[in-house]
Design a protein. Structure first.
Length: 438
């Protein structure tokens, strides 16, 4: 071992110089060890950092997907179903297969009296895709016109920006009033603040505007997008189109605690009985159950979130195993130090606290950095996608405060688990055995 003399110190009581001996090889070995430990700690911490980062980003994408699905059905009652007539596929009671049939006002009364599970029921008339040429002063356009019951506002939220929706009196008295979509308002009333009380001409007939309605443009079930539609009382539209007993759609919501699917089947069964349709005819009565579709989306989201937790947790566990390994190596390298502390009276709790605190510090520090970076990345993506939300499948990716708290709790738990095995190893070290090691 090479040694050389460096520096000197002058004693206050003697007149000679006391030389100090510096072991350069030992210093180099210590420096290499410290550097190696730091590199190992950084690399091990990166495993935890990457695990929590991936978990946060994947959770954010899952939330973004949930937001996207929720926006697709926003404004519609999720416990609703839509039913319309179709072409029969089976002969029944003297009728040939392939006939078209029409729902009537009497069907509405029958359903109200016979199915107690129904909460709101609304007929819809679209006049076989009836469109009207709409004129106001010097502006004109062609828009879809549909007839609605006042209950329809509980099935599809009208998102009123001005005025009111159709009420029971409008339906009963067949008033010539209408609720126009926001797009219709922008086209016909450009530059005007309010159309309420004004009269518009639809195919030569004047209607008084009572409200302006927005709506969800993702789902077009009852006569087109609400923003580009003119809604009038269905009784008024029946009278004007000379169809006093015709209904194109029936929409209904189920009471809380009841099954939307069962209600839908009861409605279809009654309609078949009342209109001489074979009970086994699967094509004559067509339906769309929004609750069933929403449940399907829910199950899909649950599966996606479960997969995200499995992938993210697996990555995080790999990082935690790395932390545990590095702490085992640290305990091995500090065997002599731990033995000396035990020899001079250090309690087991002191040794355990030291190991666990180091494990927790490494895990939490790396995890918090991963959490912060993950939230930052999600925010950047959200801002980048704001300009094209209509064509973006994942909308507003983010993690909730609850998710962040759960993540931090997992981090603390993982830090304790990572330090548990090294702590047990350290507590088994005997002072005499440690001092013997070189």
């Amino acid at each position: 071992m090479s040694k050389f003399k460096v520096g000197y110190a002058t004693s206050t009581h003697t007149n000679y110089k006391q030389m100090k001996v510096f072991d350069s090889d030992r210093f180099e070995e210590m420096w290499v060890t410290i550097t190696r430990n730091k590199v190992r700690s950084v690399l091990t911490g990166f495993g935890v950092f990457w695990g929590i980062f991936m978990l946060v980003v994947l959770m954010g994408f899952g939330e973004g997907l949930n937001h996207s699905v929720s926006e697709q059905v926003e404004g519609f009652a999720t416990n609703s179903c839509f039913i319309t007539s179709g072409r029969t596929s089976e002969p029944y009671k003297g009728y040939q297969a392939g006939r078209w049939w029409q729902m009537h006002n009497s069907d509405i009364e029958l359903l109200r009296k016979s199915i107690p599970e129904i909460e709101y029921l609304s007929p819809v008339l679209i006049g076989n895709g009836w469109e009207g040429k709409v004129v106001f002063e010097n502006n004109a356009g062609t828009y879809a016109v549909r007839g609605l019951h006042d209950n329809y506002q509980y099935i599809e939220s009208p998102f009123l920006t001005q005025g009111r929706f159709i009420n029971k009196t409008d339906v009963l008295l067949r008033r010539k009033v209408c609720v126009i979509g926001t797009k219709v308002f922008e086209d016909l009333f450009a530059g005007k603040k309010s159309p309420i009380g004004k009269h518009i001409q639809v195919n030569g007939i004047y209607y008084q505007v009572i409200g302006v309605s927005g709506g969800n443009e993702s789902i077009n079930i009852s006569g087109g997008s609400t923003t580009e539609t003119i809604s009038v009382p269905y009784t008024t539209l029946q009278h004007i189109t000379n169809q006093p007993d015709a209904i194109d759609y029936i929409t209904a919501t189920v009471k809380k605690g009841a099954s939307s699917k069962e209600m839908e089947e009861k409605i279809k069964t009654l309609l078949k009985e009342h209109n001489s349709i074979s009970p086994t005819d699967m094509q004559a009565v067509r339906s769309f159950n929004l609750e069933e579709q929403f449940k399907m989306f829910d199950y899909l989201l649950i599966g996606i979130m479960l997969l995200i937790w499995i992938v993210g947790s697996g990555t995080l566990i790999a990082g935690v195993v790395g932390v545990s390994n590095i702490m085992l190596v640290t305990v091995k390298e500090r065997t002599k130090e731990i033995g000396v502390k035990r020899a001079i009276g250090a309690r087991p709790l002191t040794i355990a606290t030291q190991i666990l605190s180091e494990s927790l510090l490494l895990t939490i520090l790396a995890g918090v950095l991963g959490l912060v970076l993950g939230v930052f990345v999600l925010r950047v993506m959200d801002v980048a996608w704001l300009s094209d939300l209509e064509n973006t499948f994942i909308k507003h990716p983010m993690v909730s405060f609850k998710t962040a708290i759960v993540s931090m709790t997992i981090l603390i738990f993982c830090g304790l688990i990572a330090g548990a095995i090294p702590t047990i190893r350290a507590l088994k070290i005997k002072a005499i055995d440690a001092i013997r090691e070189e």
